[in-house]
Design a protein around this ligand. Structure first.
Ligand code: BES
Ligand code: ZN
Ligand code: ZN
Length: 464
């Protein structure tokens, strides 16, 4: 893991290169106050303060300062320093005016590399260190960067090296670090208690056994919350096999589990006064003689019989048992993360996790936290009239609607049947992926909606 703590350090008067952030509105007045050499240089480079995320080097003897454009110099976005962190030479830097605030996140993540599969690192430069006067914020920003990097690294790791056992290991690492309790259910006990997880994982039982990974942390008397993640370590589609193009990035189908683990880490590190219950349903949706089939009927943990219309709608099946278990302890709140449907991407594109919430006040809290921390998401409806389409001719319900429309809504309605009605619940159908990349956010695994949910939890549960 990148050593983020060496990249964001408190201001103790170290000598650091100044970074001047300008925007369309402030550039001209800023320029007027600059020495003539700066003005001549910027004019020669046609630096007009308008092109977002452009920067120029302003020589100062053998050293230099930097000017860079941002969209809004008064209200920095998390990513506005990322291109600088990626491109500047190694050394110490400091913003000329004010603190970086949330923008230090992009500074940190702009320097995160996933080099596990390179024979030599892609970037041999030394660290670009940001000196900041906001000492109190450093810890918080480091934790957010670490959580985001954890999601990216887990998602980017090829399925060959990240199966259910490795997800368990990631949860065990967190448990060991934090004194949380870990419980893993596999084998006959899984078949007995979590039949849907066992069914989806059946094809790979021998090689990559399915499991429910649970972690409990916090004082029993604090409000209980459950965080649930879809951990499909590779989604081939099962026997309703995916097309090659659709299968290509399915190593990322454990992205929900990665978000859930990272969120649990954030809650624990911030010591939020909560009783945390993390549930990760970890399987590989593979193909073998033992695979579950279209047309099979499985009796779920909750007792509802589910007919499998399509084995590629596997995420909702494993989540159904995990959500049922989460609900049994009557938590104050359940949040789940899942790379659940292609339809959510068709509807909202890559940036916006489709968010389904069974309470308007919780949805409002989530939306305002998301706006505040600049980690957007978008609410879609749990549209009641569609619920009846999840019917089966022989069982209580089917795992699809059988029609091609509103796929993300049907998946969410399916999940809702396993969540007790009285429990506030938010479901994030997220992509956990980015393509193409952007500054600070390379192509590949990414955390989407993670900071928003954490901010909502902080506001809801922080002791005053
Ligand atoms: N893991 C996929 C969803 C997915 C696909 C997420 C592409 C992100 C990008 C999920 O298990 C799946 O295959 N869903 C099907 C459901 C369908 C068979 C009802 C889908 O979305 O096509
Ligand atoms: Zn699938
Ligand atoms: Zn899937």
């Amino acid at each position: 893991m990148t050593d983020f703590a060496s990249l964001l350090v408190p201001d103790r008067g170290q000598k650091a290169r100044a970074i001047h952030l300008v925007d369309k509105g402030s550039f001209v007045s800023w320029l007027k106050k600059r020495p003539a050499e700066d003005r001549a240089l910027l004019e020669a480079h046609r630096f007009d303060g308008k092109t977002p995320y452009a920067f120029a080097i302003l020589p100062r003897g053998s050293e230099f300062e930097v000017v860079a454009t941002v969209k809004n110099a008064e209200d920095l976005s998390p990513w506005c320093l990322a291109a600088l962190a990626e491109k500047l030479p190694e050394g110490l830097y400091k913003l000329a005016d004010g603190g970086p605030g949330i923008a230090s996140l992009g500074w940190l993540l702009g320097q995160h590399r996933f080099d596990a599969y390179r024979s030599k690192p892609k970037d041999e430069r030394g660290p670009r260190v940001l000196v900041t006067g906001e000492a109190a914020k450093i810890e918080e920003m480091l934790r957010l960067a670490e959580a985001t990097a954890l999601v990216r690294d887990l998602v980017d790791t090829p399925a060959a090296d990240l199966g259910p056992a490795e997800l368990e290991k990631a949860a065990a690492d967190l448990a060991n670090r934090s004194g949380a309790q870990l419980r893993v259910t596999t084998g006959g006990e899984l078949a007995e208690g979590y039949p849907l997880i066992a069914a989806v994982g059946a094809a790979a039982t021998l090689e990559r056994a399915p499991r429910l990974i649970e972690l409990e942390w916090g004082k029993p008397e604090d409000p209980r919350i459950a965080i649930v993640g879809k951990g499909v370590c590779f989604d081939s589609g099962g026997l309703d096999l995916k097309q090659p193009s659709g299968m290509r990035i399915m190593k990322k189908d454990m992205g929900g589990a990665a978000h859930a683990l990272a969120l649990a880490g954030l809650v624990i590190n911030a010591r939020l006064p909560l009783r945390l219950h993390l549930l990760v349903a970890a399987v590989e949706n593979a193909v073998s003689g033992a695979a579950y089939r279209p047309g099979d009927v499985v009796k779920s943990r909750k007792g509802l019989f589910v007919e499998v219309d399509n084995t590629d709608a596997e995420g909702r099946l494993i989540l159904a048992d995990a959500l049922a278990k989460a609900g049994e302890d009557n938590p104050d709140l359940i949040v789940d993360f899942a790379t659940l449907t292609g339809a959510a991407r068709t509807a909202l594109g890559p940036d916006l996790p489709a968010t389904f919430v069974n309470r308007d006040d919780l949805a409002a809290e989530l939306e305002s936290a998301a706006r505040e921390v600049d980690d957007p998401l978008w609410r879609l409806p749990l549209w009641e009239p569609y619920d009846e389409d999840l019917k089966s001719s022989i069982a209580d319900m089917s795992n699809t609607s059988g029609n091609a429309m509103a796929g993300a809504i049907y998946a969410a309605l399916f999940l809702r049947r396993f969540v007790p009605e009285q429990i506030p619940w938010a479901h994030l159908d997220t992509w956990a992926w980015r393509d193409p990349g952007k500054p600070g956010r390379p192509k590949g695994g990414d955390a989407l909606g993670l900071r928003a949910v954490f901010a909502m939890l902080e506001r809801r549960y922080s002791s005053p």
